[in-house]
Design a protein around this ligand. Structure first.
Ligand code: DX5
Ligand code: ZN
Length: 227
């Protein structure tokens, strides 16, 4: 995998022009998108489900998709995730706050393993980073939310940066290899702060999609350069 990844969150895209938005994304030099699934239950907003993703993958089969589930799951994992797995995502992220309610954190990790999709666990700003410790040897990545999940276009919460530093230190001390992803209010400045703290995967919604097409390339190289 690349050392640094920028995954634009299509929640920030203009859906009337989604094909053009995705063409521009790929032309800017990233082959990733971040796909935010919200259920109006775990978070107070509703986005899209598997049908939109299936259509995207039909038109852009080589796109790497990072699915961020901000949902509560009532039935079986298979019932819920199967239609998404059929779209061949690269990674699936669930919030520990949601899984914890039903003691299903390890079940989700095992489920991803069986289905050969990268497993990521997300934490909201109010959740303590130490809650992730028992799972760190078993996951492919962690997602540190830098805004309250639910909406694009919010301001970065600098108090979350210490969590990135902790996770980076823990990774080195314990010889682990997980990805550290950040999501929420990410732009050139806040992204640089997160990179310095140890993040290596960046989600940008409004910053990326509000930028003109010719600037998007600079944004991608800014995030993915080795500095
Ligand atoms: C928020 C979502 C984010 C959102 C980011 O709950 O998880 O992925 O789309 O949007 P910006 O970059 O505008 O904060
Ligand atoms: Zn997200």
């Amino acid at each position: 995998m690349e050392k640094y990844i920028l995954a634009p969150s299509i929640l920030g895209a203009n859906f009337i022009d989604l094909r053009k938005e995705l063409d521009d994304t790929i032309n800017a030099g990233t082959n990733w998108i971040h796909y935010d699934v919200m259920d109006n239950h775990f978070v107070p907003n509703l986005t899209f489900g598997p049908k939109v993703l299936a259509d995207i993958k039909k038109a852009f089969p080589k796109l790497n998709v990072d699915i961020h589930f901000m949902v509560d799951i009532e039935g079986s994992m298979d019932e819920y995730f199967k239609p998404y797995l059929e779209c061949k995502p690269k990674s699936m992220t669930m919030h520990i706050e949601s899984l914890k309610k039903k003691r299903r954190i390890m079940d989700f990790i095992t489920y991803c393993e069986i289905n050969e999709v990268a497993c990521m666990l997300a934490i909201s700003p109010e959740t303590k980073v130490v809650d992730l410790i028992p799972y760190l040897p078993h996951v492919d990545g962690v997602l540190v939310m830098t805004v309250r999940p639910g909406f694009g276009g919010q301001s970065f919460m600098p108090e979350c940066v210490d969590k990135i530093k902790f996770l980076d230190g823990y990774k080195k001390d314990n010889n682990l290899e997980y990805i550290i992803e950040v999501d929420g209010g990410i732009n050139a400045q806040t992204g640089a702060v997160c990179k310095l703290a140890g993040a290596n995967m960046f989600v940008a919604g409004s910053y990326f999609y509000n930028a003109p097409a010719n600037i998007k390339k600079e944004i991608v190289s800014d995030f993915t350069n080795e500095k």
